[in-house]
Write a new protein. Structure first.
Length: 287
């Protein structure tokens, strides 16, 4: 059974002058349990609209959303239950912090699950360890800490609920490169430890190449492709044509190919590039 299944999903909203706009159009998709899926696409491609259907923030105009085989819109009770199993992290999640202390903020989700005090304390403690927060700051106000720490607190609050599906909408927006890498490493570590399903919306092809198992490419409200990283990058030229910035190392190999060098174009990491270039050098030496 798939963790997430979408059937003929369409969402229409009213634009200027009452013009109807299809934000996503007739999408059918199955996402395997435990898979880390990157979702990429140009601005306005439908990425955020798509993930807002996963836990029922948006109701489909047409089509169905299934979580672990259950239609989330079958009843209000079912929708409420399913939402407790899905953790959704918006852009700039630190803006969602509101409690007096960091500990209370992280505990807010577990409390709403009806857990007892001992279990809540354990979850707060475990979530802090997982995101690299010291217990010494739990008594502080979330507004007394740095931006990077606020991001970790917000993520800890979601992790403390132990979601089966973790949905992230640009979770590293606004962070410097070091802060971005720390957050993404933390998310990947959480994914490995819990074997949860992760959906990660991002503009960065480098990020999905490094962390994801598979990639959904969105274009004009539809799925351009859903495939392994290697197969997605075989279409690097097409990705550029629909307005995506592919990794610099991929661009280099496309240019080498265009200049007549016998190299693959689905290279997306430095490690892959070194292997291919060493092979080319060895061949030259043998000639």
């Amino acid at each position: 059974m798939s963790a997430i299944e979408l059937k003929n999903l369409t969402y229409i909203y009213g634009g200027a002058n009452n013009k109807k706009i299809k934000a996503i159009n007739n999408i059918s998709l199955k996402i395997e349990k435990g898979c880390y899926v990157g979702i990429i696409g140009h601005t306005g491609s439908g990425k955020s609209t798509l993930i807002q259907h996963i836990n029922g923030i948006l109701k489909p105009t047409f089509g169905n959303v299934y979580i672990n085989g259950e239609d989330i819109w079958a009843s209000n009770k079912k929708l409420a239950n399913i939402r407790t199993k899905i953790g959704l992290v918006f852009q700039y999640p630190e803006y969602q912090l509101f409690e007096e202390t960091i500990e209370k903020d992280i505990a807010f989700g577990p409390q709403n699950l009806g857990l007892n005090d001992d279990e809540i304390k354990k979850r707060v403690h475990d979530a802090c360890i997982m995101v690299g927060l010291s217990k010494d700051i739990l008594h502080k106000s979330p507004f007394e800490i740095s931006g990077g720490q606020k991001r970790r607190v917000a993520l800890a609050g979601i992790i403390a609920m132990m979601p089966k599906i973790l949905v992230l909408d640009e979770p590293t927006a606004g962070l410097d490169p070091m802060g971005r890498d720390k957050i993404l490493d933390m998310i990947k570590d959480y994914h490995k430890k819990t074997e949860c399903t992760v959906l990660h919306v991002t503009h960065s092809m480098e990020d999905v190449a490094k962390y994801a198992d598979k990639i959904i490419v969105m274009n004009k409200g539809q799925i351009f492709d859903y495939n392994s990283i290697e197969n997605i990058f075989k279409r690097a030229n097409e990705l550029q044509k629909i307005g995506l910035d592919i990794p610099e190392i991929s661009q280099v190999f496309i240019k080498l190919k265009n200049r007549g060098f016998d190299v693959p174009t689905n290279i997306y990491t430095v490690k892959q590039a070194i292997k291919v270039l060493n092979s080319l050098i060895a061949k030259k030496a043998e000639q």
